[in-house]
Design a protein around this ligand. Structure first.
Ligand SMILES: Cc1cc2nc3c(=O)[nH]c(=O)nc-3n(C[C@H](O)[C@H](O)[C@H](O)COP(=O)(O)O)c2cc1C
Length: 205
């Protein structure tokens, strides 16, 4: 597929056909994801690929419980809001594959030469390792589309980040950054709404 066609065709897919994704396809998506630029070419990522129905179901249950246990505010819609978020945080339960992006923190060269902490530099630079992870996930989504799959980036399950890290045995220096559900789309994705281009650009000529 042409690059622009892939980009325009990509849309978040949250319901999938009951069809597994062959491991070599998942490997290829990850290979393309890892071509992303990263701060100082640090390549802070690791990819955990989960296809076990049992594990996905355990993960989704943990996330559901966590969301339902969150104390609600006084809003009348509070319970509804929790249920809505619960769907967006747990639909991966039925995805043929879930790729968990793990990342280790970037240590800046500056840290070795100036009186600033790791946290201070990281904040000033707007978390370059997280920015790198974003580029990597976008590559992953586009690779999935190019290969005839649909995908969705998820951060909502991180409401139960500690519990999931324990279940998945994620250990330091790694932590979970985000999830990508992958599979053959059950429906044709809806056309996406986007802001007008002129609203987005600030020219300084
Ligand atoms: C950082 C990030 C986190 C996201 N987390 C979730 C999520 O937890 N659950 C979900 O269903 N979609 C999630 N999405 C998908 C967005 O909702 C989606 O990209 C957005 O609504 C635009 O729609 P489109 O992807 O179809 O263009 C996330 C997207 C990004 C970039």
């Amino acid at each position: 597929m042409e690059f622009r066609e892939v980009v325009e065709k990509r849309s978040s897919v949250r319901s999938f056909r009951d069809e597994s994704v062959p491991p070599d396809h998942l490997r290829e998506m990850i290979r393309i994801a890892a071509m992303a630029p990263s701060v100082n070419n640090f390549q802070p990522w690791k990819f955990m690929v989960i296809t076990s129905r049992d594990l996905l179901s355990k993960m989704a249950n943990i996330v559901s419980e966590k969301i339902q246990s969150l104390p609600t505010n006084e809003s009348l819609a509070a319970e509804n809001i929790k249920s809505q978020v619960e769907f967006f945080a747990t639909f991966f339960r039925d995805a043929p594959a879930l790729i968990v992006l793990l990342m280790e923190e970037y240590e800046s060269v500056l840290e070795k030469g100036v009186r600033m902490t790791h946290e201070e530099i990281n904040k000033e630079r707007n978390f370059p390792d997280l920015q790198s992870a974003g580029a990597c996930i976008e590559n992953l989504l586009l690779a999935a589309v190019d290969m005839g799959y649909g995908a969705c980036w998820l951060s909502a399950p991180l409401m139960a980040a500690n519990e999931l890290a324990q279940l998945l045995e994620v250990e330091k220096p790694y932590r979970i950054i985000a999830f990508t559900a992958v599979g053959k789309p059950a429906h044709n994705p809806l056309p996406k709404s986007r802001k007008e281009l002129d609203e987005l650009i600030i020219w300084k000529e």
